[in-house]
Design a protein around this ligand. Structure first.
Ligand code: NAD
Length: 524
């Protein structure tokens, strides 16, 4: 069993004057002014409910990109019915044919669809060109190509036999349909959550976050252009709880592939638990959730490397990455140099629309998010125990802009050291050099999350101590690097504790969750 050997998609730089930059700028302008009418995709139909809702840009919220057709409970039922109608033929399709469809989607995305997906992510989610490229092009392509390889590994798993007995494993899809419930912040995650179960022969109902619909609908078109049969993935725009009511009380509900906040996942888990008697089996529950990701520097660390880890790790995509560094622990001997380097670095970060490729910082996703983040900032600014080292200003008159903000606290349990803010804010605590081991304990116990974390050190004993003391504090642990930017196939991604079920997106561990294996023993 072999598929084309995957290699990570090279990241384009979009250098000034390059043909790819011109194409991306042109596509951005075209999409910005097209006023798209965006249907749901259910079975073979493009469904227009007539209940049109505006698609806006976070960096210019009065500009309307188009309208999507919002659905209601009846559309959820239609999507489930369409999925179940497609199920038998799709589940029985040779896995090579299923893989071929998604490998073709990857090739289309690497070529003619690349600029469209990148521009849509820049417009709808306010990502700069580079962040859009690593997300909606490279990571999405990698998910599809590496998952095809992991399919071969799963289907190749067979047991031993003995003379007169032939044992076999049949890696069946789940019995029923899978619900993909996807977040706003990564186009690639939104695409992978329905694609991964579908690749394993499952049929899917996909509900994206409303703030990500603009790019999601292009992903759906891409899958169709690659030959995905009708009904295998059904894309609906329905309010979360309304969709949940129908999905989680359906007898054929077989699993959920979720990425989003811990609070929403907790509710979903409880609902599924309460409704167990309604289902045919135990649904697969795969969820990647929130984070409170840390950077800890040892006294032996290089101050400039630590500062770069902080500014890049905390502020790429305005801190709206589940892996974004949002708390840092710096020893007193390094602090003056780290602080200066952070302040100098932040002076080079321009803020504004992604339309200007020079803007590193764009807007946060929507007003709700803006209000949540700035509430933390207001409280911090009014607290005499908190010092604002950089940033702290915000303005929502045109777009939801918040300056990259660095807070310094005296108390390592201060609220912004513990809770997920999901914005461009990092809080720093400076510790006495002799207290390194104690600070590891503080990191381990002051937040319920365990997604990503970094140690910066030149001392191997310190690295080993942190690696063992923080055993369960992060699902992705980085040594001398920022805690963001996991690459499919290289750093399987996911966290434990309140950060999710740790089924490692972009790995065979995730894909295997979308099978239910039958063992066959045949005696001759
Ligand atoms: P969210 O939880 O608000 O939304 C996720 C999805 O759930 C959306 O489609 C939303 O419409 C839906 N939803 C919301 N309330 C619902 C309800 N009551 N019933 C059913 N569905 C509901 O998350 P978000 O704001 O889109 O994304 C940000 C969050 O995602 C952050 O917490 C971040 O840490 C997390 N995240 C985690 C990872 C990871 O790999 N661990 C990756 C990306 C994002």
């Amino acid at each position: 069993f072999k598929v084309p050997q995957p290699v990570n998609e090279p990241v384009k730089s979009y250098a000034p004057g390059s043909p790819e930059r011109k194409e991306l700028q042109q596509t951005y302008q075209n999409l910005k002014n097209q006023q798209l009418d965006v249907p749901m995709y259910i079975g073979h139909e493009e469904v227009r409910s007539g209940n049109k809702q505006p698609l806006t840009m976070p960096h210019d919220h009065q500009h309307i990109l188009g309208y999507f057709h919002e659905g209601d409970a009846s559309h959820v039922t239609r999507a489930i019915d369409a999925a179940l109608a497609a199920r038998e033929q799709w589940a029985n399709m040779p896995w090579q044919s299923r893989a071929a469809i998604f490998l073709k989607a990857a090739d289309l995305l690497a070529g003619p669809w690349r600029a469209t997906l990148n521009a849509a992510t820049m417009l709808g989610q306010s990502k700069n060109a580079y962040q859009a490229e690593i997300d909606s092009a490279c990571e999405m392509i990698d998910f599809l190509r590496f998952n095809a390889k992991y399919m071969t590994e799963i289907y190749a798993q067979q047991p031993e036999s003995s003379p007169g007995v032939w044992n076999r494993l049949e890696h069946r899809p789940l019995e029923g349909f899978v619900f993909a419930l996807t977040p706003f912040n990564f186009t690639a995650i939104a695409g992978n959550l329905p694609a991964a179960p579908a690749m394993m022969g499952n049929v899917v109902v996909w509900k994206p976050a409303y703030t990500q619909i603009f790019a999601a609908q292009f992903l759906m078109q891409l899958f169709r252009a690659a030959g995905l049969p009708d009904g295998v993935i059904n894309l609906i725009y329905v309010d979360g709880p309304v969709a949940g009511d129908v999905i989680f009380s359906h007898r054929q509900f077989a699993g959920i592939h979720f990425t989003g906040s811990t609070a929403v996942f907790n509710n979903i888990w409880k609902t599924i638990g309460n409704n167990l008697h309604l289902y045919r089996g135990y649904p697969r529950i795969v969820g990647e959730t929130g984070g409170k990701d840390f950077i800890v520097a040892h006294p032996s660390a290089e101050a400039k490397e630590v500062a770069t880890g902080i500014t890049r790790g905390a502020f790429e995509y305005q801190g709206q990455k589940c892996s974004a560094a949002s708390r840092a622990y710096i020893p007193a001997n390094l602090w003056p140099e780290v602080k200066q380097a952070i302040v100098d670095d932040l002076k080079t970060f321009k803020m504004g629309s992604p339309e200007d490729f020079g803007n590193f910082i764009n807007a946060v996703i929507d007003e709700k998010s803006f209000n949540k983040i700035t509430k933390y900032l207001e409280a911090a600014k009014n607290d005499p125990e908190v010092e604002v080292i950089a940033g702290g200003n915000f303005d929502k008159s045109v777009g939801y802009f918040i300056e990259p903000t660095v807070l310094l606290v005296k108390d390592p349990t201060y609220v912004t050291m513990c809770e997920e803010i999901f914005g461009p804010v990092i809080t720093i605590y400076v510790y006495e050099e002799s207290q390194f081991e104690n600070i590891l304990e503080v990191i381990n116990t002051t937040s319920p999350y365990a997604l990503t974390g970094s140690i910066f050190s030149r001392d191997r004993y310190a690295i080993d101590l942190a690696t063992s003391k923080l055993l369960h504090a992060a699902g992705n642990f980085y040594i001398n690097d920022k805690p963001t930017g996991a690459v499919v196939g290289q750093q399987p991604f996911g966290g434990a504790r309140a950060s999710g079920t740790n089924d490692k997106a972009g790995s065979v561990f995730n894909l295997i969750r979308w099978t239910s294996t039958r063992t066959i023993k045949e005696t001759f």
